[in-house]
Design a protein. Structure first.
Length: 203
């Protein structure tokens, strides 16, 4: 039996392959850490351009183009949040150690963990916003926070999926070749509805 290139099976396999490739590119593009924001934005852009209703182009090429064109906005928008995330992660490690030593201040660890995930969610919104709109750094950051708070249920869903994705990769590291692309693909489906609802210039 010969499968058509437009058959659901072929399209599903192709999409899966694209997500794996985008996950690998995300990992490579995020290695300097400070480029995590632009790498997330580039994957979001590639998915938007190739997975959309009128999607066309090659996912890997779209990623590389977006990585280059969005580098400044995405990186500068990410840096303050990335610094805060790094500080909070350090606090999590310190309070974990203190908790193991029996120090009362170690009980603050759950608070720092909650803040880590909330900043992570903010980074998701910032990366998606930077992928879709050309705006100032301050407005990108502010608008992302407003959109996250204006859509609490979607934000909670994204937060849950983010925590679940981190859990999977932590305990099954080989899943890094699919989880980043899969998460951003799901986030794209959720956030495009947010953008269309709140932003008049969303396509």
């Amino acid at each position: 039996m010969k499968l058509s290139l437009d058959s659901p099976v072929v399209r599903a396999v192709t999409r899966f392959g694209d997500l794996v490739l985008l996950s690998i590119l995300w990992f490579i593009g995020s290695i300097p850490v400070v480029t995590l924001g632009v790498s997330c934005s580039a994957v979001y852009t590639a998915i938007h351009r190739t997975f959309g209703r009128n999607g066309e182009g090659i996912a890997a090429l779209e990623y590389l183009r977006a990585y280059r064109s969005n580098f400044r906005q995405s990186t500068l928008s990410f840096l303050p949040l990335g610094a805060a995330e790094g500080l909070l992660l350090a606090e999590c490690l310190i309070t974990q150690y203190l908790q193991e030593q029996g120090a009362a201040i170690g009980n603050l660890r759950p608070l720092f963990l909650v803040l880590v995930y909330l900043i992570g969610l903010w980074i998701v919104y910032v990366s998606a916003y930077a992928a879709r709109f050309q705006d100032s750094i301050s407005r990108t950051t502010l608008q992302s926070a407003i959109l996250a708070m204006a859509n609490p249920w979607k934000s909670i869903l994204l937060l849950f999926l983010l925590a679940f994705s981190i859990f999977i990769v932590r305990f099954f590291p080989p899943m890094i070749v699919i989880i980043p692309g899969l998460y951003i693909w799901i986030a794209h489906k959720i956030l495009e509805k947010v953008f269309v609802r709140h932003l008049t210039d969303a396509e």
